[in-house]
Design a protein around this ligand. Structure first.
Ligand code: PGA
Length: 252
């Protein structure tokens, strides 16, 4: 299982350093089966990498990478630059980037390739907006996101991908998917993966839930058989809340 923090565009450098220090003070025993990722803004990466050095099972993440390897892309950061900053995980396809930065499936597939080519793990986000959920077409919507963003990969590369299901109507809204809604979609995602890659590959995939996950609902969500942890936005910005979610994973 994995619990991943997504700081989004929050925290200046000193706030970030303090938060990581506070997390260390309360961090429970982690293991190969129970790991933590902290995905910071680019600006924080080298500072946070220094803080995480020597910390077992807590990994540095980035929230994006560019879809090309290098070149005249002012203001952008490439996957190989992230790799050189000790980044282990790259979030690709977050709904906020799809929506506000116009990132489409073809671009996301290229970002996935860039991250994997640089030996990092991908946290690939999928999830439907409210109107799709209300129309009861969320299963086919999410299936298309997975096919278009990931299914060009062979199974040997797919194993370096973590999937995060984040219903858009639950992100930052305080409205969490019920554990049944989360479980149903996670089971659907695993079935879609099994159809394409076989049940052994699908069973090994880590599928995170994201969307207003909090200490108060994490244990119930993580108890679902197909929920393998969480991608945490708002509740990752306060050490006590994020530690509460990490503890829910450790005890799951
Ligand atoms: P949230 O964000 O926990 O604030 O809903 C989750 C995410 O967008 O990764």
């Amino acid at each position: 299982m994995i619990v991943a923090a997504n700081w989004k565009m929050n925290l200046n450098l000193s706030d970030g350093a303090e938060l990581v220090n506070d997390l260390f003070k309360g961090m429970p025993q982690l293991s190969d089966e129970k790991q933590v990722v902290i995905a910071t803004p680019f600006l924080h990466l080298t500072q946070t990498a220094g803080q995480l050095a020597g910390m077992d099972h807590v990994h540095l993440g980035a929230q994006n990478c560019h879809h090309e390897a290098a070149g005249a892309y002012t203001g952008e950061v490439s996957a190989s630059m992230l790799k050189s900053a000790e980044v282990k995980y790259v979030i690709v396809g977050h709904s906020e980037r799809r929506q506000y930065n116009g990132e489409d499936d073809a671009m996301l597939a290229k970002k996935v390739n860039q991250a994997l080519a640089n030996d990092m793990q991908v946290i690939f986000c999928c999830g439907e907006p409210l109107e799709i959920r209300d129309a009861n077409t969320e299963n086919s919507y999410v299936e298309a996101q997975l096919k278009n963003g990931l299914f060009h990969l062979g199974a040997d590369h797919l194993k370096n991908v973590v999937i995060a299901y984040e219903p858009i109507w639950a992100i930052g809204t305080g409205r969490t998917a019920s554990s049944q809604q989360a479980q149903d979609m996670h089971a659907h995602i695993r079935t879609v993966l099994a159809t394409e890659y076989g049940s052994a590959v699908a069973a090994d995939m880590t599928i995170l839930y994201g969307g207003s996950c909090k200490p108060s609902n994490a244990a119930e969500l993580f108890a679902c058989p197909d929920v393998d942890g969480g991608l945490i936005g708002g509740a990752s910005l306060k050490a006590d809340e994020f530690l509460g979610i990490i503890n829910a994973m450790v005890n799951a």
